[in-house]
Write a protein that binds this ligand. Structure first.
Ligand code: IMP
Ligand code: MG
Length: 183
């Protein structure tokens, strides 16, 4: 069988819950950045659906840009290796940056990204993460905007993948253990 859903154990956050929370984050960002023309920096690939919904939930002037960073191979455990696969097009000097991330796990990806942005002298940098797994944190990070705190489980959907599959699911779900072994 080749169904996308066969390895989904259960839905952790429903489509409705996601949409409602993203709208609330959009309202909060609109208030906080009203006149600042922030740059939403989407971390690819996982952040692409979150960004798409978040940008439409903002009622203020803002710009978007993308960065691709890799901390994972096709596995569910961090390798600790971080690479910039695609850099920003935008000069961020004196700009207000909101990093739009799918999930903060150990925090090492974000810590690395923050360091590499700091040298470009932006006016400010804040983090907007859809999901966070506090139990897994190895690097201390200030998360300014968070969608949901989740338990230490490997999740997929709404941008998040396992070996590049499942990104298109409209909900966040937990993968069955057998998915790792059968690939
Ligand atoms: P960190 O550097 O350990 O915080 O890892 C962050 C990145 O790992 C995220 O941006 C995701 O791409 C990936 N990741 C961490 N946990 C999960 C998960 O449960 N499902 C899918 N991807 C994950
Ligand atoms: Mg990511």
């Amino acid at each position: 069988m080749n169904s996308l859903l066969q390895y989904v154990d259960h839905v952790l956050i429903s489509e409705e819950e996601l949409q409602q929370r993203v709208r609330a984050l959009g309202a909060q960002l609109s208030a906080d950045y009203a006149t600042l023309n922030p740059l939403l920096l989407c971390v690819l690939k996982g952040g692409f659906l979150f960004l798409a919904d978040l940008t439409r939930a903002l009622n203020i002037r803002h710009e978007i840009d993308f960065m691709a960073i890799s901390s994972y191979g096709n596995s569910t455990e961090s390798t600790g290796v971080v690479r910039i696969l695609k850099d920003l097009d935008t000069d961020i000097t004196d700009r207000h940056i909101v990093i739009v991330e799918d999930i903060i796990d150990t925090g090492s990806t974000l810590a690395y990204l923050l360091e590499s942005l700091k040298v470009r002298q932006p006016a400010s940098v804040r983090i907007c993460a859809l999901l966070t797994k506090p139990a897994r944190r190895k690097v201390e990070l200030q998360l300014d905007y968070v969608g949901f705190e989740i338990p230490d489980e490997f999740v997929i959907g709404y941008g998040l993948d396992y070996a590049e599959d499942y990104r298109n699911l409209p909900f966040v779900g937990v993968l069955k253990r057998e998915a790792y072994s059968q690939g």
